[in-house]
Write a protein that binds this ligand. Structure first.
Ligand code: ADP
Ligand code: MG
Length: 454
């Protein structure tokens, strides 16, 4: 220990410190290789690598109770196993200060054929207790687990609730410094859940550290001030539980992070600089767009739209680098983006206005677009620090109507010709009525012979 100073403090103040952790699983192809594959096997890999953890950085201080939430398969159990050193890190570093007890998936660590009593001694020993220490804790463990009648039966006869109760009882009676709990609390009955939650609370009151994986968001909110959201092996949020749960709900319902293209409507950011007014003018038709003011349009293709974005900033932003104001056009049905621009890309970095003042950035666009609904997001960011001050997603919805019936976003105005080599079958059957101003249809007939049947 101590060969590295984790960011943000003395190593001994941190219970858990994880740096650049990658955990890679090899997924072997099960199909037996065909003859060709066997011949070329030396060139092919027989497995794929799957990054279950893809660069995790995490510090947990002593006494913190941290929740870890995320989709199934997001890597929660893998991360706990890496912290518990059950899985070795493929890359990166995991430092844990203090005695760790883990309560992993159901029954992990239990031997089916051994009795409850034998498993208590076995697990206690694995967790570093002496026989005498286990003797002293034994009755309390059995009481807590409420398995008196079955303590001498093999645990294979236990119900899942009994398994979990006994596992939890052992883990907490070992009195670890760091307790890792994976998804097991929901198995027990309500009174056991109460008891376990109370136990975890008293843990953190005594300066112990808990990392809790749970789908029980009520328990997460009740126990943890800090929550990590894991998505595809990465920590996508680390902060107050309430905000984490918001993000998690968004992830669950859309399967996507609220990235610019995926977010629906709404305003997020640290609001140190923010949009204080937004005016939209399309094709001479003046519209002041209020938040959620409903779609504007239909407006004809080629109309000019002007967006005046008024931005104010807090005083503490001055000297923090230049602002950038962005505009992002997207279609709800076409990820990810139709067009995106920023003042920092096209013009310059902007000095934040002093408090009480505002600057206004006007974007003027020609809506050379095909028929459809277009959402426009605005953002205020810090071009120097990349901080997001505000993103206003779906601030404006524009319905564009193009005369042609073509589909997509960009009117690329295809010039279409049709080639009928011998002119032997009728080229035209029921030609569609052509839209005014749409693409022009130029039938080309080869040779002098008129098409048959004409
Ligand atoms: N031993 C393993 N071999 C291959 N893939 C694994 C192994 N363990 C877990 N995975 C995969 O890693 C991903 C993360 O798994 P896990 O950490 O169990 O997720 P969670 O606990 O968030 O549901 C999943 O896609 C899972 O299928
Ligand atoms: Mg899991």
């Amino acid at each position: 220990m101590g060969r590295r100073q984790p960011a943000g403090g003395h190593p001994e103040r941190l219970a858990i410190s994880v740096r650049g952790l990658h955990e890679v699983f090899r997924i072997y192809h099960e199909r037996p290789p065909g003859i060709k594959e066997r011949m070329y096997r030396f060139r092919r890999s027989r497995y794929e690598e799957f990054h279950a953890l893809d660069g995790i950085d995490l510090d947990v201080r002593h006494g913190e109770t941290v929740a870890l939430i995320g989709h199934n398969g997001s890597g929660k159990s893998t991360l706990l196993k890496c912290i518990a050193k059950i899985l070795p890190a493929d890359e990166g570093e995991v430092v844990v200060n203090g005695r760790v007890a883990t309560l992993l998936e159901l029954g992990a660590g239990f031997h089916e054929e051994l009795s409850g009593r034998e498993n208590v001694y076995l697990n206690g020993a694995i967790l570093g207790l002496t026989r005498r220490e286990i003797d002293a804790a034994f009755d309390a463990i059995v009481d807590f687990a409420e398995v008196h009648k079955f303590i001498d039966s093999p645990v294979r006869n236990y119900s899942s609730g009994m398994y979990v109760r006994l596992g939890f009882a052992i883990a907490v009676h070992v009195d670890p410094d760091v307790l890792l709990v994976d998804e097991v609390l929901s198995v027990g009955d309500a009174s056991f859940q109460e008891k376990s939650m109370a136990r975890m609370r008293s843990f953190s009151e005594r300066g112990k550290t808990v990392v809790l994986v749970s789908h029980d968001l009520g328990a997460v909110a009740a126990l943890c001030e800090r929550t990590l959201v894991l998505n595809r092996g990465r920590i996508v949020f680390d902060g107050p539980t309430e905000a984490a749960l918001d993000l998690y709900h968004q992830l669950m319902s859309t399967g996507e992070l609220p990235a610019p293209a995926a977010a629906g409507q709404g305003r997020v950011g640290d609001l140190r600089a923010r949009i204080t007014d937004l005016r939209v003018e399309v094709g001479g038709l003046g519209v002041a767009a209020p938040a959620g003011g409903g779609p504007i349009g239909p407006v004809p293709t080629g109309s000019t739209a002007r967006f005046a974005v008024q931005v104010s900033a807090r005083d503490d932003l001055i000297g923090d680098g230049g602002l950038s104001v962005g505009l992002h056009v997207r279609r709800p049905d076409v990820p990810p983006s139709v067009y995106e621009t920023r003042t920092s890309w096209r013009v310059t970095y902007l000095a934040p206005p002093p408090e009480g003042e505002a600057l206004t950035v006007t974007f003027e666009l020609d809506l050379d677009l095909l028929t459809g609904s277009y959402l426009i997001d605005f953002l205020v960011g810090n071009a120097s620090t990349n901080a997001l001050h505000e993103r206003w997603s779906g601030a404006v919805e524009l319905i564009v109507e193009a005369p042609s019936s073509e589909q997509g976003i960009a009117p690329l105005d295809a010039r279409i010709t049709v080639h009928n080599p011998d002119g032997v079958w009728p080229l035209e059957s029921h030609p569609p009525p052509l839209d005014d101003g749409g693409p022009v249809y130029h039938p080309v007939r080869d040779g002098a012979r008129p098409p048959a049947g004409r």
